[in-house]
Ligand binder design. Sequence first.
Ligand SMILES: [Mg+2]
Length: 248
Amino acid sequence: MPALIFFDIDKTLTSSKQPLTPEMAALLGQLLERTNVAIISGGAFAQFREQIINQLPHGVCLERLYILPTSGAALYTYRDGMWKPVYEEHLTDAQTIKIKDAIETAIRETSVIDLSVPSFGDRIELRGAQVTLSALGQQAPIAEKEAWDPDASKKRILRDAIAPMLPEFDVKTGGSTSIDVTLQGVNKAYGVRKVGELCSFLISDMLYIGDALYPGGNDEVVKETGIRTHQVKDPEDTMRVIQEILVR
Ligand SMILES: [Mg+2]
């Protein structure tokens, strides 16, 4: 049994931006009875609360849960009945404006996003330590999002247009329609190392479960920490993996 099991969210624990299913929530509850769990994804803390924390079975040991919003730019733990940041990196206002300008320029220059179609909520979201572009808007329905860029080519075009304008930042493709811009070096690998250092876990005792550990995927970067990894296909696959861990 690993001392700490990391999970990605999108396509690993849930479908895009959906809450945990009751089945997945029950399995995570059982896992938390046995070991520590860390969850890392591009969303802000409020999204983790809605999608993950509020769905967990009543009475689970939240002290064993480590929440890493904005792709590892922050770490929250539950102590004395409250979620509190252990660390939280922030972009300055000037950095945020520069990133937003670069994203808007890339949208205009690539024409990959059809601006004549109204977006589902804002396309650009400022998440403190991260700026996220969601091509169809933050609240776009899953079916529309999955149909927009099935081969990830539009996201690559956008990323390749944005990245040269922002050499001092990391520009990465995120979920099905999103691009995440963060401080350089602040990414999922950074999050894995920080939890290890600050919460006294050895990376050799951790396991990382994600759907995008393949080259170019948004979980791949964790491999540079030396963490053991397990690639999954989708949330159903993840449930099978958790069940296997639980019977060990
Ligand atoms: Mg994912």
